[in-house]
Design a protein around this ligand. Sequence first.
Ligand SMILES: C[S@@+](CC[C@H](N)C(=O)[O-])C[C@H]1O[C@@H](n2cnc3c(N)ncnc32)[C@H](O)[C@@H]1O
Length: 274
Amino acid sequence: MPVPLHTTGKASFDDIYDRPDPREYYARMSELDYRIPELAKPFFEQQIREYRASARVATPTVLDIGCSYGVNAALLRFDTGIGELAKHYAAADGDADRDQLVARDRSRLAESDHHSDVRFIGMDAARPALDYAHATGLLHDIVHADLESADPTDEQREVLAGADIVLSTGCIGYVTEKTLLRIATAHPRRRPWMAHFVLRMFDFDPIAEELAALGYRTEQAPGLYAQRRFASADEQQRVLNTLSDKGIDTQGREADGWLYAHLYLSRPGPKGRP
Ligand SMILES: C[S@@+](CC[C@H](N)C(=O)[O-])C[C@H]1O[C@@H](n2cnc3c(N)ncnc32)[C@H](O)[C@@H]1O
């Protein structure tokens, strides 16, 4: 069956965020060699270390936007890689139901949590994925919202306002400056740090400009990070066209079959300091 394409030209996997557990998500991502959360992990750990030192906060709160089944929290807290995580879910008995998978993740977390001194919050528009991550304990709190289309409710704003560091993988593009501004201003004064891995087909400038108006400075970290293989020739062609229109050289990169992302780091200036 052909892979459906999002309006951006990128493959759409919307159907696999709506399953009660993450087995299909990891199976599909593993077929495509999806690896950006694993490449992101050391950078996210560095942000947490630096935030802790700078704000002198013992237990910082990390908000993962578009967290799906708590993917970044799982990699950080289980201290594992995406391939190993895919195997962990693939090894679950085919007859296992959601409750059994949740129980397995809960006990794994109880045995060993490499970031027990971090609070993890996840936000996503897909309720089943979010509920799974919350039930396992991988996420301490969740916000089920699409902030592209509406302001957060008072209750959601209160949770978002607790974020010290906002991060994302594979999400910018689905979400724009609309979502990020609503998150950045959830607290009336305190502005969270941000670290987003963004595919080259998406422009971070509009987000950086809006954040700058709030006093943020944004830098693009050095390097390019392989996100995953293209899901189809059709997807590759659409993305190559988009990149070529932007004047981006794809030789040895997207032209060879992989999507690539940049890391953008945004921190508030002195007024928004924690
Ligand atoms: C490609 S997945 C990435 C999941 C995870 N971050 C990872 O790297 O494995 C994109 C996620 O963004 C979520 N999403 C899409 N549009 C959204 C929106 N407007 N607000 C919040 N989440 C959204 C989807 O439900 C999905 O879980």
